[in-house]
Design a protein around this ligand. Structure first.
Ligand SMILES: Nc1ncnc2c1ncn2[C@@H]1O[C@H](COP(=O)(O)OP(=O)(O)OP(=O)(O)O)[C@@H](O)[C@H]1O
Ligand SMILES: CC(C)(CO)[C@@H](O)C(=O)NCCC(=O)O
Ligand SMILES: [K+]
Length: 259
């Protein structure tokens, strides 16, 4: 079975693919100090809890945090007796190479989202991922990542307000009833919620103008749900997009190796 690991700046997602479906998806806070042994104990206890008897024989990793890759490699080598495939490393091939400025390193999560989005929807696509950052990945008709947008993430914006303004409390993001807040918390919620609705609408409009063609918009990431309610921002919301892309990239590289 294949272990897919999607490591973001805030959270790391582990998911097990049995050849036809994902058996489970587990989330742990990203921490580069976590050792291979710690990952293994955590993973095996979750498997036991779910009564899962699986033998992992392959590992694929996307990590936006370079430092965590070392211990994830050790996890694969020591406990699953395999060399992991790491997206963004030279030995990991992509179906279509990104077309960006020379010397640019595209976040592996964005490359993975591009592959997954193209697989499900074809090209002329904008993939919006609400993670630590809010990213927009633009996918060309041939499936290439051709650039995009990086905006501060929703939770990051809320934390920044709290951290830098002495009188502003920490607030959880939610959809406020009205745009005009009549207390501090409601004002912050309005700023972030309606601000992000405007941000997404504005960026999508601008990208469509620039590309001068119809483009589908796909959203992923935990907070996509929040911005989906009652608005026509996205053609679809797919929480499993990144993990789906990891599986596709693994299969693609396996196919190349056996060809
Ligand atoms: N309604 C909500 N209010 C506040 N937080 C939420 C809500 N829904 C989801 N979240 C949080 O949003 C995060 C979204 O998860 P996701 O994996 O997409 O991004 P992340 O883990 O924050 O970022 P990264 O992938 O960059 O590490 C999760 O940590 C989840 O706890
Ligand atoms: C933008 C983030 C942080 C989103 O997870 C990640 O994709 C990243 O670190 N990217 C590197 C720069 C780039 O993608 O252009
Ligand atoms: K993510």
């Amino acid at each position: 079975m294949l272990l897919c690991i999607d490591c973001g700046n805030t959270n790391t997602v582990f998911s097990i693919w049995n050849g036809s479906e994902f058996l489970s998806t587990w989330r742990i806070e990203t921490n580069h100090k976590r050792t291979a042994d710690e990952y293994y104990v955590w993973l095996t206890s979750l498997m036991m809890l779910h009564d899962m008897k699986v033998r992992i024989g392959a590992v694929v990793i996307s990590s936006t945090v370079p430092r965590v890759v070392f211990n994830l490699r050790v996890l694969a080598n020591r406990y699953f007796d395999c060399r992991p495939l790491v997206v963004g490393k030279p030995e990991c091939q992509l179906p279509v190479a990104p077309r960006v400025d020379i010397g640019t390193t595209v976040g592996p999560d964005r490359l993975v989202n591009t592959v997954a989005g193209f697989d499900r929807h074809g090209g002329d696509l904008i993939v919006v991922d609400f993670g630590t950052a809010t990213t927009f990945d633009v996918v060309a008709p041939d499936g290439a990542y051709i650039g995009g947008v990086i905006a501060p993430g929703v939770n990051l914006s809320l934390e920044a307000l709290h951290a830098s303004a002495a009188a502003l409390p920490h607030v959880d993001v939610t959809m406020p009833e009205k745009a005009v807040g009549t207390n501090t918390v409601a004002c912050i919620q309005s700023g972030v919620f309606w601000g992000y609705i405007g941000l997404v609408e504005g960026i999508v409009r601008q990208i469509r103008l620039e590309r001068a063609r119809p483009m589908k918009v796909i959203a992923t990431g935990g907070l996509a749900e929040l911005f989906e309610q009652g608005f026509d921002l996205f053609d679809s919301v797919e929480y499993d997009l990144t993990i789906h892309g990891l599986r596709l990239i693994h299969d693609y590289n396996k196919g190349l190796a056996s060809a």
